[in-house]
Ligand binder design. Sequence first.
Ligand code: RB5
Length: 143
Amino acid sequence: MIYVGCDHGGYQLKLELIKYLDENGFEYNDMGCNGEPVDYPDIAEAVCRKVTENDTNKGILVCGTGIGISMAANKIKGIRAALCADWYSAKYTRLHNDANVICMGGRTTGAGSAVEMLDVFLHTDFEGGRHATRINKIKKLED
Ligand code: RB5
């Protein structure tokens, strides 16, 4: 399952990302907000708690810059949230970092670019191997 969330700064871009999910037959759960002012850590927590319930889950988080919501997301054990602003990063954060959440900035990233990033993020698998060793080291930092 894909869990989606935003604050007011990310709402318009979230609508574009949801349109992509709808058009491409992805199952998702939109956990808010609906444009009203909210605190991005609350949304990050709600989405990330769901993402960590299952290894195959993914999350999409959007705030104004993507920075605050990614900072909050990465405080949650089991979350590897990647703030992306380019296609290469969106691809390699799956291949090398096994990112389970992609974060974007609604006030910094255009819809076309955001949709391309989401597309490659959702269609790229973790490479494993030497990268798994490094992810295990990240996991140890959580303890
Ligand atoms: C909200 O105005 C804004 O601070 C938030 O969306 C985000 O950019 C924080 O990092």
